[in-house]
Write a protein that binds this ligand. Structure first.
Ligand code: BG6
Length: 507
């Protein structure tokens, strides 16, 4: 599979990063993430020639399945959700390495069967005793699964093989539970074997924040409090909670995505230049930013939360959060959250970072916007510049991946009239190849053993340290404000900005 790769650009002289012999054991194989992201990403990696010839995938779940049933489920997931074209030969080769072990997490016998299955794969497919265990399961099962893995000897390995464990968020629901979860994992796996997935870090556009900042000269001189007025980080979604009531209720928007994705975006935007792109150097700089984050004193004026009510979206009538299946009618879970943060550092002192996220908003957009201060002096008459706003640099994470710079320009004509215009860089226009999915990149990194894109425990704990006081405040102060589906979020979020004489960028 590695030798003929039709999708590789022949001009690419760099050696491809290809995984070595290995088995990926997937717990939670019947879940949504598996079907929508993980199984398609594995196929896409195989299709790009990045998996070794004997690569094997073992599904473990409480289903009465044979190998063939698992392969059929994977086939459908790939057909439906893979990014690259379907190729019968690639699929057949991949499917030969797919095995299924039925069982309960509480059943030692099932884990014995798992141990036998992977050993057999080592013998028949040359997977070299290298196993990655992907826990795409509710965190309450983590302790049981890691103990079972240890009990059946699956966590032991020789000097020439490896074990890795991949954990999906949520990494706890507050600082205390995050520490407990970490202790559970550490009882069995050393830190270097633990890969915590934050899929935002696998997105090309998120990695491009670092490329943009540290590969160029023109941004760095203005990337600080002398030029930047404030920063807005937005992750807006147009979807509701779908079938995820069990996961989402009681978690809410802030724990779901601010604790991880948005604070990681903040860290990448605000961090200092790392000494290298090694895992340690990048993570250390991110941790420095997160430990300098300060919450404003008055959380009633600097945070806002909302819950979507019924409304119209994409021409369809949609239900409110409280009417969704599985949601208690008195739920106080927020589906929108906005917070104002400050970073106590020489570079950022006095520059507010506003973070917002919400479900069922008017459209899907994730972006980081740096809004510049106004020019200290404008040698124009007031009417000339009525339509001149503040300069902005916007990194669009998705969709329409790219970068926009907004600045003032003379409107053609005989008068000196100045208006905002945009200068655009779009990935789709500058590069011919499509970006890989975040999970392709992250799964490959796990199999290769390359950790820079995975947050370490310190970052997780620092992020909970930022969020915990807000969650506590919210728990004691009323309910989230209803907002109309298909709109722009709750009025309290607009007020949060208006108090500072600012406004959110239009969605
Ligand atoms: C997940 C959240 O981490 O990210 C979901 O749990 C959210 O609630 C999803 O919908 C969004 O991911 P993306 O890649 O579509 O922005």
């Amino acid at each position: 599979m590695t030798t003929t790769n039709p999708l590789r650009d022949p001009r690419d002289k760099r050696l491809p990063r290809v995984a070595g012999p290995s088995v990926l054991v997937l717990f939670g194989v019947t879940g949504d993430l598996s079907r929508k992201k993980l199984l398609p990403a594995i196929y896409d990696l195989a299709n790009r020639g990045l998996l070794p010839p004997g690569f094997s995938l073992v599904g473990f779940a409480r289903r009465d399945w044979e190998h063939q049933d698992f392969r059929q489920v994977a086939y459908e997931a790939v057909k439906e959700n893979a990014r690259t074209p379907f190729r019968e030969d690639v699929w057949r080769h991949l499917a030969e390495g797919m095995h299924f072990v039925p069982g309960e997490f509480s059943d030692p016998g099932a884990f014995e069967a798992l141990a036998m299955a992977v050993k057999e794969l080592d013998a028949t497919r040359g997977t070299g005793g290298n196993y990655a265990f992907y826990l795409s399961i509710p965190p309450k099962f983590f302790p049981m699964v890691v103990e079972q893995l240890q009990r059946c000897g699956l966590t032991e390995h020789g000097p020439h093989s490896w074990r890795r464990v991949v954990v999906e968020k949520p990494f706890g629901h507050d600082l205390k539970s995050a520490r407990e979860l970490n202790a559970t994992l550490h009882r069995v796996f050393p830190e270097e074997s633990i890969f915590r997935i934050d899929h935002y870090l696998g997105k090309e556009t998120v990695q491009n924040i670092l490329a943009m900042r540290f590969a160029n000269t023109m941004y760095e001189p203005v990337w600080n409090r002398s030029y930047i007025d404030h920063v807005q980080i937005t992750m807006a979604e147009d979807i509701g909670i779908g079938g995820r009531a069990g996961y989402y209720d009681g978690i809410g928007a802030a724990r779901d995505v601010i604790q991880n994705h948005l604070l990681q975006l903040l860290a990448l935007t605000a961090m200092e230049e790392p000494t290298s792109f090694s895992a340690e150097a990048v993570r250390a700089e991110k941790a420095k930013v997160l430990s300098s984050v300060r919450l404003p004193d008055d959380l009633s004026r600097t945070t806002a939360r909302g819950q979507y009510a019924a409304g119209w979206q994409g021409g369809e009538r949609v239900r409110g959060y409280l009417e969704e299946d599985g949601i208690p009618p008195d739920s106080r879970t927020e589906t929108y959250a906005a917070i104002k943060l400050e970073i106590e550092s020489r570079r950022w002192a006095g520059v507010p970072f506003y973070l917002r996220t919400g479900k069922r908003l008017s459209r899907r957009v994730t972006e980081v916007a740096l809004i510049f201060q106004r020019a200290p002096h404008l040698p124009f008459s007031e009417t000339d510049t009525e339509e001149l706003g503040q300069n902005a640099l916007v990194m669009r994470v998705q969709p329409d991946e790219g970068i926009t710079v907004r600045f003032g320009s003379k409107v053609p004509g005989t008068a000196m009239e100045i208006r905002d215009v945009n200068m655009d860089f779009a990935y789709g226009e500058s590069f011919t190849e499509h970006s890989p999915e975040a999970y392709e990149r992250l799964l490959l990194d796990v199999l290769i053993g390359d950790p820079p894109l995975f947050p370490r425990q310190e970052e997780v704990e620092l992020s909970w340290g930022i969020l915990d006081p807000i969650e506590e405040y919210w728990a004691e102060h009323g309910r989230p404000e209803p907002y109309k589906s298909g709109g722009y979020g709750p009025a309290s979020a607009d007020l949060l900005m208006a108090r500072d004489g600012r406004a959110w960028r239009r969605l």
